[in-house]
Design a protein around this ligand. Structure first.
Ligand SMILES: Cc1cc2nc3c(=O)[nH]c(=O)nc-3n(C[C@H](O)[C@H](O)[C@H](O)COP(=O)(O)OP(=O)(O)OC[C@H]3O[C@@H](n4cnc5c(N)ncnc54)[C@H](O)[C@@H]3O)c2cc1C
Length: 449
């Protein structure tokens, strides 16, 4: 056990914790059986932006020693330890012709973290979120019971506990291992289609059309531009017949490691409207001159931010907040409303990203609802921005939307309870799986989860 300070990826709200690295299920059982109420939370690679994987003075359980990979090629599925990172998993399965069913925008997350957040990717409109592809989970619940939760179990209670754990933010127990489906691929390349749009209305229209044609789609918006112009990137896994030249030599190449490291210190206020405007202009122009159809590596398409290790430090020691909301299709005007409010109040915000959500079965606390999701990074030291977000939360509530728990560092419990309408049902299951409420987190405390 070691004492240290941890925070989310946004670097706000650091807390001091004790970290433990159990080596066996027996070690874990000992930890859980001797735990007090609200004293344990599991932590993956700490890529949730807010306060989900931490709790002041608590025991933070790291599953680094649970990192096996058991690939079942003939079934297109894999069983892994919960502590394995997507990075290690991908570099094992890609050369064997497989890709993960859903990927967030970084490969430095663990399987346990991906399940507990029920992460979504650029393919939600086609494939749903990660939980939709999980077949079974081995979990040690808060009562110290080892449970194998199968999605297709004939027992209703088991199915309920399964879905309460998918997106359950680590509060039903420690996920030890999981079995999930994989996508067979012929190459580790993406057939990419990129288009610039001079205003947001055209971009939104094109994105709805892209739902029908492409497995993956994502849009970046130049939120400082008067027309809110943007770039739409869509793609599919490239087939062997799509590639030629040097790509043919090793079509299932591993992902290249990042080689750039951000400095430890960045001046406060570096991310301001001036610097972001320069970046946005360059980004938009680069895309205009680039080819519309291209073959791109999985690394560059899915994980552009992973190219710079610890890029989160560019916001300085105050850190940043990632505000990500989901809204139903019919409330699309809120995207414009939100971005205009940021503009009118001159609030710097970086890399706003828009994705589409499809209609899929979800965990009780899973984030996606059919429609749109927008995420953007805002420096945490802009007081006026935080006030604006509080006001905007009200609009999200009225629109029937919600804020993503894995990105959240600031929403109020009232907002959460009004927007995650299956919360009470989830809480009942959590109370059964963790009778003494030993699992908690700063997020859980703040939102009374
Ligand atoms: C650059 C970047 C891009 C991202 N893009 C996306 C995206 O596109 N889509 C998306 O959905 N998310 C995205 N995320 C968020 C990220 O995918 C999630 O927060 C994910 O849960 C992080 O995984 P982790 O292993 O770091 O978990 P942590 O951040 O350490 O923990 C997240 C939650 O999982 C729980 N947990 C972790 N391991 C276990 C376990 N073994 N058992 C039980 N509970 C556990 C923790 O208690 C916590 O509640 C992004 C994050 C970054 C930094």
């Amino acid at each position: 056990m070691n004492e240290c300070i941890v925070s989310g990826w946004g670097l706000t709200n650091p807390v001091s914790v004790r970290q433990s690295f159990p080596k066996s299920i027996e070690d874990l059982e000992n930890l859980i059986n001797s735990a007090h109420p609200k004293s344990i939370i599991t932590r993956g690679l700490g890529r949730s932006y807010g306060d989900a994987a931490q709790l002041e003075k608590a025991n933070v359980v790291r599953m680094d020693n649970f990192s096996f990979i058991d690939l079942k090629i003939e079934k297109n599925e894999v069983t892994t330890g919960s502590g394995i990172s997507f990075d290690k998993l991908l570099n094992y399965i890609i050369p064997k012709g497989f890709f993960i069913p859903v990927s967030p925008g970084t490969r430095y997350v663990t399987v346990g973290g991906a399940i507990a957040s029920d992460v979504h990717g650029k393919n939600h409109h086609v494939d749903g979120s990660f939980g939709n592809h999980v077949k079974s989970i081995l979990i040690l619940n808060g009562n110290g019971e080892l449970q194998r939760l199968n999605k297709s179990s004939p027992r209703e209670i088991e199915r309920k506990q399964f879905w309460a754990t998918i997106g359950g933010m680590g509060l039903t127990g420690v996920i030890i291992e999981a079995t999930f489906e994989l996508i067979p691929i012929e190459t580790s390349l993406i057939n990419l289609f990129t288009r610039n749009f001079e205003n947001i209305d055209l971009l939104l229209e094109a994105m709805i059309e892209a739902d029908k044609e492409y497995r993956y789609s994502v849009a970046w918006i130049d939120s400082l531009h008067p027309n809110l112009r943007g770039i739409l990137s869509c793609g599919d896994h490239a087939l062997l017949t799509d590639i030629n030249g040097k790509n043919k030599k090793n079509p299932l190449e591993k992902i290249q490691d990042h080689n750039t490291k951000a400095p430890n210190y960045f001046p406060r206020g570096l991310m301001n409207n001036f610097t972001i405007k320069i970046f946005n202009e360059g980004w938009y122009r680069k895309s205009i001159t680039a080819k519309k159809h291209n073959i791109e590596t999985i690394g560059k398409f899915f994980y552009p931010l992973d190219a710079i290790k610890n890029w989160n430090r560019i916001y300085g020691s105050d850190g940043f907040v990632q505000y990500q909301f989901a809204i139903p299709d019919k409330k699309v005007e809120l995207i414009l409303d939100f971005l205009r409010k940021l503009q009118d109040n001159k609030i710097p915000n970086f890399l706003p990203v828009l994705k589409r959500f499809g209609d899929f079965k979800n965990g009780h606390l899973s984030f996606p609802i059919k429609g749109w999701t927008l995420a953007t990074d805002i420096p945490a030291n802009y007081e006026i921005a935080m006030e604006l977000l509080d006001d905007f939360d009200e609009k999200i509530v009225d629109a029937g939307g919600r804020i993503y728990l894995s990105k959240d560092a600031r929403q109020k419990k009232e907002t959460f309870k009004k927007t995650y309408e299956r919360y009470s049902e989830w809480k009942q299951i959590k109370n059964e799986m963790d009778k003494n409420n030993i699992f908690s987190s700063s997020l859980a405390e703040r939102l009374e989860l």
